[in-house]
Design a protein around this ligand. Sequence first.
Ligand SMILES: Cc1ncc(COP(=O)(O)O)c(C=O)c1O
Length: 395
Amino acid sequence: MASDKTEIAPSTDMSRRNWLKSFSAGAGAIALTSCFDLGVKELHAAGLSTEHFPSATPNVHDGLIRLSSNENAFGPSKKAVSAMQGELYNLARYTDATVDVLAEKIAKQEGVSADQIVITNGSSPILFGYAEWIMENGGNLVTSMATYEGIPRGAEFMGANVNYVPLDSEMGFDLDAIEAAVTDDTTAVYICNPNNPTGKVVDPAKLNAFAKRVSKKTQVFIDEAYIEMSDAYPANVQSKLVAEGHNVVVCRTFSKIHAMAGQRLGYAIMPAAQAKEMGRKLRMGGVNYLALVAGMASMDDHANLTTMRSRIQTERSKLTAAAEFLGRPYAKKPQGNFIYIDTGMPHDQFAAKMKAKGIKVVGRTWPGFDSWSRISVGTPAETDACVTALKEVLA
Ligand SMILES: Cc1ncc(COP(=O)(O)O)c(C=O)c1O
Protein backbone atom coordinates (compact mmCIF):
# COMPACT_ATOMS: atom_id res chain seq x y z
CA MET A 1 0.00 0.00 0.00
CA ALA A 2 2.82 2.38 0.87
CA SER A 3 4.19 2.25 -2.66
CA ASP A 4 0.72 2.89 -4.09
CA LYS A 5 0.50 6.03 -1.98
CA THR A 6 3.83 7.28 -3.25
CA GLU A 7 2.54 6.71 -6.75
CA ILE A 8 -0.61 8.80 -6.22
CA ALA A 9 1.08 11.89 -4.88
CA PRO A 10 2.48 14.53 -7.27
CA SER A 11 3.91 15.99 -4.12
CA THR A 12 6.75 18.29 -5.07
CA ASP A 13 6.20 22.03 -5.10
CA MET A 14 7.06 21.97 -8.79
CA SER A 15 4.39 19.43 -9.72
CA ARG A 16 1.85 21.35 -7.66
CA ARG A 17 2.73 24.59 -9.41
CA ASN A 18 2.55 22.95 -12.82
CA TRP A 19 -0.78 21.43 -11.95
CA LEU A 20 -2.24 24.77 -10.90
CA LYS A 21 -0.77 26.34 -14.03
CA SER A 22 -2.50 23.74 -16.17
CA PHE A 23 -5.83 24.80 -14.69
CA SER A 24 -5.23 28.49 -15.08
CA ALA A 25 -4.22 27.83 -18.69
CA GLY A 26 -7.57 26.09 -19.13
CA ALA A 27 -5.95 22.74 -19.78
CA GLY A 28 -8.43 21.12 -17.43
CA ALA A 29 -8.15 17.90 -15.54
CA ILE A 30 -4.75 16.34 -15.20
CA ALA A 31 -3.90 12.95 -16.57
CA LEU A 32 -4.15 10.74 -13.52
CA THR A 33 -6.10 7.89 -15.02
CA SER A 34 -3.96 5.27 -13.34
CA CYS A 35 -4.51 6.89 -9.95
CA PHE A 36 -8.23 6.98 -10.67
CA ASP A 37 -8.27 3.26 -11.46
CA LEU A 38 -6.44 2.55 -8.25
CA GLY A 39 -8.98 4.57 -6.24
CA VAL A 40 -11.95 2.85 -7.85
CA LYS A 41 -10.54 -0.59 -7.02
CA GLU A 42 -9.88 0.40 -3.43
CA LEU A 43 -13.31 1.91 -2.96
CA HIS A 44 -15.04 -1.05 -4.59
CA ALA A 45 -13.06 -3.39 -2.35
CA ALA A 46 -14.41 -1.42 0.62
CA GLY A 47 -17.93 -2.00 -0.72
CA LEU A 48 -18.55 1.67 -1.47
CA SER A 49 -20.36 2.40 -4.68
CA THR A 50 -23.20 4.34 -6.25
CA GLU A 51 -24.58 3.99 -9.73
CA HIS A 52 -22.46 6.79 -11.17
CA PHE A 53 -19.30 6.73 -9.14
CA PRO A 54 -18.03 5.15 -5.94
CA SER A 55 -19.04 7.18 -2.94
CA ALA A 56 -18.60 6.99 0.79
CA THR A 57 -21.90 8.85 1.23
CA PRO A 58 -24.55 6.40 0.16
CA ASN A 59 -27.81 7.81 -1.15
CA VAL A 60 -29.55 5.27 1.02
CA HIS A 61 -29.29 6.33 4.66
CA ASP A 62 -31.05 4.71 7.62
CA GLY A 63 -32.58 2.27 5.14
CA LEU A 64 -34.30 5.12 3.26
CA ILE A 65 -33.74 6.41 -0.27
CA ARG A 66 -32.84 10.03 0.35
CA LEU A 67 -34.86 12.29 -1.96
CA SER A 68 -35.17 15.09 0.58
CA SER A 69 -32.24 17.47 0.12
CA ASN A 70 -31.88 18.08 -3.62
CA GLU A 71 -28.53 16.32 -3.63
CA ASN A 72 -27.23 14.99 -6.92
CA ALA A 73 -27.44 11.21 -6.51
CA PHE A 74 -25.36 10.58 -9.65
CA GLY A 75 -22.19 11.64 -7.88
CA PRO A 76 -19.32 13.90 -8.94
CA SER A 77 -17.31 13.92 -12.16
CA LYS A 78 -14.78 11.11 -12.34
CA LYS A 79 -12.24 13.73 -13.39
CA ALA A 80 -12.97 15.70 -10.20
CA VAL A 81 -12.43 12.63 -8.05
CA SER A 82 -9.32 11.71 -9.96
CA ALA A 83 -7.92 15.23 -9.51
CA MET A 84 -8.57 15.07 -5.76
CA GLN A 85 -6.87 11.70 -5.51
CA GLY A 86 -3.84 13.17 -7.20
CA GLU A 87 -3.69 15.99 -4.67
CA LEU A 88 -4.27 14.04 -1.46
CA TYR A 89 -0.73 14.59 -0.30
CA ASN A 90 -0.67 18.31 -1.03
CA LEU A 91 -2.68 19.52 1.91
CA ALA A 92 0.08 21.28 3.79
CA ARG A 93 -0.52 24.79 2.48
CA TYR A 94 -3.32 27.31 3.07
CA THR A 95 -5.41 27.81 -0.01
CA ASP A 96 -5.41 31.54 -0.80
CA ALA A 97 -3.34 31.07 -3.97
CA THR A 98 -5.58 28.25 -5.18
CA VAL A 99 -8.70 30.30 -4.44
CA ASP A 100 -7.26 32.96 -6.74
CA VAL A 101 -6.77 30.35 -9.49
CA LEU A 102 -10.41 29.26 -9.22
CA ALA A 103 -11.56 32.89 -9.13
CA GLU A 104 -9.69 33.55 -12.40
CA LYS A 105 -11.24 30.45 -13.92
CA ILE A 106 -14.79 31.45 -12.89
CA ALA A 107 -14.15 35.01 -14.05
CA LYS A 108 -13.19 33.72 -17.51
CA GLN A 109 -16.24 31.47 -17.72
CA GLU A 110 -18.70 34.12 -16.52
CA GLY A 111 -17.20 37.13 -18.28
CA VAL A 112 -16.62 39.02 -15.01
CA SER A 113 -13.42 40.05 -13.27
CA ALA A 114 -11.80 37.95 -10.56
CA ASP A 115 -12.12 40.71 -7.97
CA GLN A 116 -15.90 40.41 -8.30
CA ILE A 117 -15.85 36.83 -7.00
CA VAL A 118 -16.11 35.52 -3.44
CA ILE A 119 -15.45 31.79 -2.97
CA THR A 120 -16.65 29.96 0.14
CA ASN A 121 -17.23 26.48 1.60
CA GLY A 122 -20.55 25.90 -0.15
CA SER A 123 -22.81 28.84 -0.96
CA SER A 124 -24.58 28.82 2.44
CA PRO A 125 -21.91 31.05 4.05
CA ILE A 126 -22.61 33.61 1.33
CA LEU A 127 -26.36 33.46 2.03
CA PHE A 128 -25.88 33.96 5.76
CA GLY A 129 -23.21 36.61 5.22
CA TYR A 130 -25.63 38.35 2.90
CA ALA A 131 -28.42 38.20 5.50
CA GLU A 132 -26.02 40.01 7.83
CA TRP A 133 -25.21 42.53 5.10
CA ILE A 134 -28.96 43.21 4.77
CA MET A 135 -29.17 43.92 8.49
CA GLU A 136 -26.19 46.24 8.33
CA ASN A 137 -27.72 48.14 5.42
CA GLY A 138 -31.28 48.90 6.48
CA GLY A 139 -32.79 45.49 7.24
CA ASN A 140 -35.54 45.25 4.60
CA LEU A 141 -35.78 42.35 2.16
CA VAL A 142 -38.37 41.67 -0.54
CA THR A 143 -38.72 38.14 -1.88
CA SER A 144 -41.33 35.58 -2.81
CA MET A 145 -43.34 33.12 -0.76
CA ALA A 146 -42.19 29.51 -1.09
CA THR A 147 -38.54 30.14 -1.81
CA TYR A 148 -35.18 29.01 -0.39
CA GLU A 149 -34.89 30.14 3.22
CA GLY A 150 -31.15 30.83 3.51
CA ILE A 151 -31.32 34.60 3.09
CA PRO A 152 -34.93 35.37 4.17
CA ARG A 153 -34.87 33.25 7.34
CA GLY A 154 -31.32 34.32 8.14
CA ALA A 155 -32.29 37.98 7.76
CA GLU A 156 -35.44 37.51 9.87
CA PHE A 157 -33.40 35.76 12.52
CA MET A 158 -31.16 38.83 12.72
CA GLY A 159 -34.18 41.12 13.01
CA ALA A 160 -34.82 42.19 9.42
CA ASN A 161 -38.27 42.74 7.88
CA VAL A 162 -39.02 40.35 5.04
CA ASN A 163 -41.86 41.07 2.65
CA TYR A 164 -42.95 37.73 1.12
CA VAL A 165 -44.78 38.47 -2.13
CA PRO A 166 -47.22 35.76 -3.38
CA LEU A 167 -46.13 33.48 -6.23
CA ASP A 168 -47.58 34.09 -9.69
CA SER A 169 -50.33 31.85 -11.08
CA GLU A 170 -47.75 29.30 -12.31
CA MET A 171 -45.89 29.16 -8.97
CA GLY A 172 -42.97 31.25 -10.19
CA PHE A 173 -41.53 34.52 -8.91
CA ASP A 174 -44.02 37.33 -9.69
CA LEU A 175 -41.51 39.94 -10.81
CA ASP A 176 -44.14 42.64 -11.38
CA ALA A 177 -45.51 42.23 -7.86
CA ILE A 178 -41.99 42.15 -6.42
CA GLU A 179 -41.06 45.34 -8.25
CA ALA A 180 -44.24 46.98 -6.95
CA ALA A 181 -43.32 45.92 -3.40
CA VAL A 182 -39.88 47.60 -3.54
CA THR A 183 -39.82 50.87 -1.60
CA ASP A 184 -37.17 53.47 -0.84
CA ASP A 185 -36.45 51.47 2.34
CA THR A 186 -35.79 48.15 0.60
CA THR A 187 -32.23 46.89 1.15
CA ALA A 188 -32.33 43.94 -1.27
CA VAL A 189 -34.49 41.66 -3.38
CA TYR A 190 -33.86 37.89 -3.31
CA ILE A 191 -34.69 35.89 -6.45
CA CYS A 192 -34.08 32.13 -6.57
CA ASN A 193 -33.78 30.96 -10.18
CA PRO A 194 -34.69 28.11 -10.63
CA ASN A 195 -36.73 28.51 -7.49
CA ASN A 196 -36.42 26.00 -4.67
CA PRO A 197 -38.99 24.46 -4.00
CA THR A 198 -41.20 25.22 -7.04
CA GLY A 199 -38.49 24.62 -9.66
CA LYS A 200 -39.73 27.54 -11.77
CA VAL A 201 -37.38 29.59 -13.93
CA VAL A 202 -38.08 33.23 -14.75
CA ASP A 203 -37.96 34.21 -18.41
CA PRO A 204 -34.33 35.37 -18.82
CA ALA A 205 -35.13 38.52 -20.80
CA LYS A 206 -37.77 39.51 -18.25
CA LEU A 207 -35.43 38.88 -15.32
CA ASN A 208 -32.64 40.79 -17.04
CA ALA A 209 -34.84 43.84 -17.63
CA PHE A 210 -36.25 43.57 -14.09
CA ALA A 211 -32.78 43.44 -12.55
CA LYS A 212 -31.57 46.41 -14.59
CA ARG A 213 -34.53 48.53 -13.45
CA VAL A 214 -34.84 47.39 -9.83
CA SER A 215 -31.09 47.43 -9.12
CA LYS A 216 -31.19 51.21 -9.56
CA LYS A 217 -33.23 51.31 -6.34
CA THR A 218 -31.98 48.31 -4.37
CA GLN A 219 -29.57 45.41 -4.73
CA VAL A 220 -30.89 42.34 -6.57
CA PHE A 221 -29.55 38.97 -5.37
CA ILE A 222 -30.07 36.07 -7.80
CA ASP A 223 -29.46 32.59 -6.38
CA GLU A 224 -28.55 30.34 -9.32
CA ALA A 225 -27.87 27.16 -7.32
CA TYR A 226 -29.71 24.99 -9.89
CA ILE A 227 -29.16 27.09 -13.03
CA GLU A 228 -27.00 24.49 -14.83
CA MET A 229 -29.86 21.98 -14.58
CA SER A 230 -32.28 24.22 -16.45
CA ASP A 231 -33.16 23.31 -20.03
CA ALA A 232 -32.11 26.72 -21.36
CA TYR A 233 -28.74 26.86 -19.58
CA PRO A 234 -26.63 28.96 -20.23
CA ALA A 235 -29.24 31.39 -21.60
CA ASN A 236 -30.74 31.69 -18.08
CA VAL A 237 -27.46 32.84 -16.51
CA GLN A 238 -27.46 36.48 -15.28
CA SER A 239 -23.82 37.03 -14.24
CA LYS A 240 -23.33 39.45 -17.17
CA LEU A 241 -25.36 41.97 -15.16
CA VAL A 242 -22.53 42.18 -12.62
CA ALA A 243 -19.95 42.58 -15.40
CA GLU A 244 -22.03 45.44 -16.79
CA GLY A 245 -21.85 47.23 -13.44
CA HIS A 246 -25.43 46.70 -12.23
CA ASN A 247 -26.08 46.46 -8.50
CA VAL A 248 -26.62 42.69 -8.70
CA VAL A 249 -25.26 39.60 -6.92
CA VAL A 250 -25.29 36.15 -8.54
CA CYS A 251 -24.70 33.13 -6.30
CA ARG A 252 -23.69 29.61 -7.37
CA THR A 253 -22.81 26.30 -5.76
CA PHE A 254 -20.90 23.13 -6.63
CA SER A 255 -23.41 21.16 -4.50
CA LYS A 256 -25.96 20.60 -7.25
CA ILE A 257 -25.02 19.78 -10.84
CA HIS A 258 -21.39 19.19 -9.80
CA ALA A 259 -22.63 16.76 -7.09
CA MET A 260 -20.17 18.04 -4.49
CA ALA A 261 -22.54 18.84 -1.60
CA GLY A 262 -20.32 16.91 0.79
CA GLN A 263 -17.15 18.67 -0.31
CA ARG A 264 -18.49 22.26 0.16
CA LEU A 265 -17.73 24.84 -2.51
CA GLY A 266 -19.72 27.84 -3.68
CA TYR A 267 -19.23 31.38 -4.89
CA ALA A 268 -20.88 34.72 -5.46
CA ILE A 269 -20.30 37.28 -8.19
CA MET A 270 -20.90 40.82 -6.94
CA PRO A 271 -19.61 44.41 -7.21
CA ALA A 272 -15.86 44.37 -6.47
CA ALA A 273 -15.95 46.58 -3.34
CA GLN A 274 -18.65 44.42 -1.79
CA ALA A 275 -16.80 41.24 -2.81
CA LYS A 276 -13.69 42.49 -1.03
CA GLU A 277 -15.64 43.19 2.15
CA MET A 278 -17.59 39.90 2.00
CA GLY A 279 -14.48 37.91 1.18
CA ARG A 280 -12.70 39.25 4.24
CA LYS A 281 -15.64 38.28 6.41
CA LEU A 282 -16.63 34.95 4.88
CA ARG A 283 -13.38 33.27 3.94
CA MET A 284 -12.26 33.28 7.58
CA GLY A 285 -10.36 30.00 7.87
CA GLY A 286 -10.09 29.64 4.09
CA VAL A 287 -11.59 27.22 1.60
CA ASN A 288 -11.04 23.45 1.48
CA TYR A 289 -8.18 22.61 -0.91
CA LEU A 290 -9.66 19.37 -2.27
CA ALA A 291 -12.94 21.16 -2.98
CA LEU A 292 -11.05 23.70 -5.07
CA VAL A 293 -9.20 20.94 -6.92
CA ALA A 294 -12.41 19.01 -7.59
CA GLY A 295 -14.37 22.12 -8.53
CA MET A 296 -11.87 23.13 -11.19
CA ALA A 297 -11.73 19.65 -12.70
CA SER A 298 -15.54 19.43 -12.68
CA MET A 299 -15.89 22.79 -14.41
CA ASP A 300 -13.65 21.47 -17.17
CA ASP A 301 -15.58 18.22 -17.53
CA HIS A 302 -18.12 19.64 -19.97
CA ALA A 303 -19.19 16.20 -21.17
CA ASN A 304 -20.09 15.20 -17.61
CA LEU A 305 -22.12 18.37 -17.07
CA THR A 306 -24.06 17.85 -20.30
CA THR A 307 -24.74 14.20 -19.46
CA MET A 308 -25.73 15.16 -15.93
CA ARG A 309 -28.22 17.75 -17.17
CA SER A 310 -29.89 15.19 -19.40
CA ARG A 311 -29.91 12.45 -16.74
CA ILE A 312 -31.56 14.82 -14.29
CA GLN A 313 -34.09 15.87 -16.95
CA THR A 314 -34.94 12.21 -17.56
CA GLU A 315 -35.50 11.47 -13.86
CA ARG A 316 -37.43 14.72 -13.36
CA SER A 317 -39.80 13.84 -16.18
CA LYS A 318 -40.57 10.50 -14.47
CA LEU A 319 -41.74 12.44 -11.41
CA THR A 320 -43.83 14.94 -13.41
CA ALA A 321 -45.34 12.04 -15.39
CA ALA A 322 -46.30 10.39 -12.08
CA ALA A 323 -47.94 13.64 -10.90
CA GLU A 324 -49.88 13.82 -14.20
CA PHE A 325 -50.86 10.16 -13.95
CA LEU A 326 -52.12 10.69 -10.40
CA GLY A 327 -53.94 13.89 -11.36
CA ARG A 328 -52.18 15.83 -8.60
CA PRO A 329 -51.51 19.58 -8.97
CA TYR A 330 -47.77 20.30 -9.23
CA ALA A 331 -45.52 23.18 -10.27
CA LYS A 332 -45.28 22.62 -14.04
CA LYS A 333 -42.01 22.54 -16.03
CA PRO A 334 -39.67 22.26 -13.04
CA GLN A 335 -36.06 23.11 -13.89
CA GLY A 336 -34.08 21.87 -10.90
CA ASN A 337 -33.56 18.29 -9.67
CA PHE A 338 -36.90 18.19 -7.80
CA ILE A 339 -40.64 18.60 -8.21
CA TYR A 340 -43.16 20.38 -5.99
CA ILE A 341 -46.45 18.55 -5.70
CA ASP A 342 -49.75 19.01 -3.87
CA THR A 343 -50.20 15.67 -2.16
CA GLY A 344 -53.65 16.54 -0.80
CA MET A 345 -52.61 15.78 2.78
CA PRO A 346 -50.50 17.54 5.43
CA HIS A 347 -46.82 17.40 4.41
CA ASP A 348 -45.75 15.52 7.54
CA GLN A 349 -48.41 12.86 6.95
CA PHE A 350 -47.20 12.46 3.36
CA ALA A 351 -43.56 12.28 4.52
CA ALA A 352 -44.50 9.56 7.04
CA LYS A 353 -46.34 7.53 4.39
CA MET A 354 -43.41 7.79 1.98
CA LYS A 355 -41.02 6.85 4.77
CA ALA A 356 -43.06 3.70 5.36
CA LYS A 357 -42.36 2.88 1.68
CA GLY A 358 -38.62 3.46 2.13
CA ILE A 359 -38.43 6.99 0.64
CA LYS A 360 -37.34 10.12 2.48
CA VAL A 361 -38.93 13.31 1.08
CA VAL A 362 -38.46 16.84 2.41
CA GLY A 363 -39.76 16.92 5.95
CA ARG A 364 -40.67 20.61 6.19
CA THR A 365 -43.16 22.85 4.48
CA TRP A 366 -43.35 26.43 3.27
CA PRO A 367 -45.98 28.72 4.85
CA GLY A 368 -49.20 28.66 2.84
CA PHE A 369 -48.37 25.32 1.19
CA ASP A 370 -49.02 22.79 3.90
CA SER A 371 -50.19 20.01 1.59
CA TRP A 372 -47.32 20.54 -0.86
CA SER A 373 -44.15 18.51 -0.76
CA ARG A 374 -40.81 18.70 -2.56
CA ILE A 375 -39.33 15.49 -3.95
CA SER A 376 -35.80 15.30 -5.35
CA VAL A 377 -34.83 13.06 -8.25
CA GLY A 378 -32.49 10.13 -7.57
CA THR A 379 -30.68 7.61 -9.70
CA PRO A 380 -32.97 5.78 -12.18
CA ALA A 381 -33.62 2.96 -9.71
CA GLU A 382 -34.28 5.40 -6.87
CA THR A 383 -36.66 7.55 -8.91
CA ASP A 384 -38.48 4.42 -10.10
CA ALA A 385 -38.89 3.29 -6.49
CA CYS A 386 -40.23 6.75 -5.63
CA VAL A 387 -42.75 6.65 -8.48
CA THR A 388 -43.98 3.24 -7.30
CA ALA A 389 -44.33 4.59 -3.75
CA LEU A 390 -46.12 7.74 -4.98
CA LYS A 391 -48.65 5.63 -6.87
CA GLU A 392 -49.38 3.65 -3.72
CA VAL A 393 -49.47 6.63 -1.33
CA LEU A 394 -51.44 9.01 -3.55
CA ALA A 395 -53.72 6.53 -5.35
C1 LIG B 1 -31.46 27.60 -3.79
C2 LIG B 1 -30.34 27.14 -2.92
N1 LIG B 1 -29.33 28.00 -2.68
C3 LIG B 1 -28.30 27.65 -1.92
C4 LIG B 1 -28.23 26.40 -1.33
C5 LIG B 1 -27.06 26.12 -0.43
O1 LIG B 1 -26.30 25.07 -0.87
P1 LIG B 1 -24.75 24.88 -0.49
O2 LIG B 1 -24.50 25.53 0.81
O3 LIG B 1 -24.58 23.42 -0.45
O4 LIG B 1 -23.99 25.55 -1.59
C6 LIG B 1 -29.24 25.48 -1.57
C7 LIG B 1 -29.19 24.14 -0.96
O5 LIG B 1 -30.03 23.30 -1.10
C8 LIG B 1 -30.33 25.86 -2.38
O6 LIG B 1 -31.36 25.03 -2.63
